[in-house]
Structures are given as C-alpha cells and as structure tokens.
Design a protein around this ligand. Structure first.
Ligand SMILES: [Zn+2]
Length: 335
C-alpha cells in the first residue's frame, strides 16, 4: 500500500500583488540572504541586516507567538532542539531577487516558509505587513515542529488564527470577512475542507473558513475546544506516522463531542456571530449577524483590497528547479 501520509515539503506563501518585476532582475544580488546579524530566541534564529536586540519588536513578537502557540496547542516536545531560521530581507526588491534566483518556479509572494527534512526557514522582508507575515509563517514553523502531521486545513487555520498581532487588543479582521461570506450565502462545510489536500486550490474564502473552525476549536465553547485539543494531542503524539490518517477527523469528533449539540456547523456559526469584537463596549448586546452585514457593506472597498490572502503551495516535483531537485533528493517521490 502506498504511503497515506508522506513527509510533505511545504511552501507557506503569503500572497501579495502579482510580481512587478524589477529593473535588475537578471543580476544576481551580491548578498541574497541577510547574514550580518543572527539573534537566537527559542527555536528561532533571526537573520537580518541590522543587529537585533531583545527589545526589538520582531524578537518580542516571535517570543510572544511561541508562548501563545504553545499554550493553545501544546509543545514544544521534550528535547526538541530543531531551529527555525527566519530571514528578514531588507526590502521587497531584495526579496524578489531572492525568490527569482532560487525559486523561479514560484509565484511571487510576500513571505514564505519552507520545511525540508533538515531545515525550516521563514523568508520575508521589511515592509508594512512584516509582523502579520512573520506571525503567519512562523506559526507554520512552530506547528511543523510539534504537529507535523496536521491536515492542511488545520495548519492554515492555525496560521490564520495566530497571524493577527495584538489578538487581545484589536479586532481580528477575519471575523468580519468570514461573516460577510456567510451573509453572501456561503455555507461552511468542514468535510469539504477536510478533503482538500492541495493548497493551490485553497481560495481566500477557504482560508477564512479554516480560520473560523480553528478559532472555534481554540477559544470556543468547552465541547469544541476539548475535542480540538484532544485531536491536536493525538496528532502531536503520532507525529508524521501513517497512523495520523486513521484518526477520527475533527468533523466526527465535534459531532460526537456533545450528542445534544447542534450540528457543528450551526454551533460554530452561532458562536462566531455572537463573539464581540475586542474594543466594543462590554455592556453592548451580542453582535447580530445582520447588523454586521451593514457594517461590512460599508467596508466593501477595504474587503476587496484585502482579498489577497496567503496560499500554501505543496510542491509537486519541479524537475528544473533547485527546489524540485531538493525535494527529489530528500523524499524520493512526490506526493
Ligand atoms: Zn499559510
């Protein structure tokens, strides 16, 4: 029988505007990756052009993220000593040069995470979305260390859930966008998400649905969080073994978690709709979904401009690329 769950080589990519090209794309930059400074904290080795200090916001953000992720999903594993290299390039042109040189087969993105059997690396650049991007990709990296066998949709849902800085202080825009999807007639379908194993088919709406389910599992009602954590613990215990695919999927676990509970889809939607946005007056009545729709219509322009989302590319073998050769040498056969 073939492997149900081969080791995957992930490319976690943050989507931004299409590649604009750059004036000197045919010239190899003298220094493709920052090597001037390396700051180590937890599992991360942060490589940058400027020297990092403990009080640097990036260091603080990664330390905070590590604590949050560990508290919510468990880990790190005892004896875990694997490093995640975080490369922060100076600017977008430098980043595009790097991508163009090493990964010409890849679409242009704002940041990405590559995991191989031997290394885990986050690549991004100094820019307006640095914190969000570094949190998203670094969440993938942390999850890869502790829960390498997670299904794609959970992996992306976790990255979406943890990407938002100041989770406890400012509203997470995922919520409004997800509720807008619902108000437009979209119906969440967890079994559909569970069947998706090709991230290239993930739409921005799929990311938002993955976020909603994961958010419900992370901080929702007791029944949902208990089943979610139990699932994560099982995956962490099994690692990348083939047994992971034999686990009861979350759709089943949530259905069984409480026989009296409404269908998971209905319960999740009700909970998401009832959540107050951070910053709203505490005494205010729970948010009504219909009311949210009015607000969303007012922010339609913003919603459209933010429509581009991350994608995660699971590589197929790219015979002409360094990445393809790397994949072949490490794993033999692609999925
Ligand atoms: Zn991602």
């Amino acid at each position: 029988m073939h492997l149900y769950h081969p080791i995957r080589l992930f490319l976690m990519l943050a989507l931004i505007a299409p590649f604009q090209g750059c004036a000197s794309a045919n010239k190899r930059p003298t220094e493709l990756l920052p090597t001037r400074s390396t700051y180590r904290t937890g599992p991360f080795a942060i490589h940058s052009h400027k020297a990092m200090r403990h009080k640097d916001p990036i260091v603080q953000e990664l330390e905070s993220l590590t604590r949050e992720v560990a508290a919510r999903i468990g880990g790190p594993m005892p004896g875990q000593d694997k490093t995640v290299d975080v490369y922060i390039l100076a600017d977008e042109p430098s980043f595009q040069h790097f991508l163009h040189y090493y990964h010409p087969e890849l679409p242009s993105r704002r940041a990405y995470f590559i995991a191989t059997e031997k290394s885990r690396s986050v690549y991004t650049y100094q820019g307006d979305h640095l914190m969000e991007d570094i949190r998203h990709e670094s969440t993938h990296a942390l999850v890869n260390l502790t829960h390498p066998g997670l299904p794609l949709w959970v992996d992306e849902g976790l990255a979406e859930a943890f990407e938002h800085p100041d989770r406890d202080k400012t509203p997470d825009p995922h919520r409004e966008r997800f509720l807008s999807d619902i108000n437009s007639g979209f119906k969440p379908d967890l079994k559909r998400l569970e069947s998706m194993d090709d991230v290239r088919k993930f739409t921005p709406r799929d990311y938002r649905e993955a976020w909603a389910w994961v958010e419900w599992g992370l901080i929702g009602p007791k029944d949902s969080t208990k089943a979610f954590r139990s699932y994560l613990d099982d995956v962490m215990r099994l690692g990348e073994s083939e047994s992971v695919v034999a686990l009861k999927p979350l759709s089943t676990r949530w259905s069984e978690a409480n026989p009296e509970m409404k269908l998971p889809q209905t319960a999740m939607l009700a909970w998401i709709g009832e959540q107050k946005q951070v910053g709203e007056v505490a005494a205010k009545a729970p948010v009504d979904i219909d009311i949210k729709q009015t607000r969303l219509q007012n922010s339609e322009v913003e919603k459209q401009s933010l429509e581009t989302k991350r994608s995660t590319l699971s590589t197929t073998r790219q015979k002409q690329s360094m990445l393809g050769r790397l994949y072949s040498s490490l794993f033999g056969q692609s999925k």
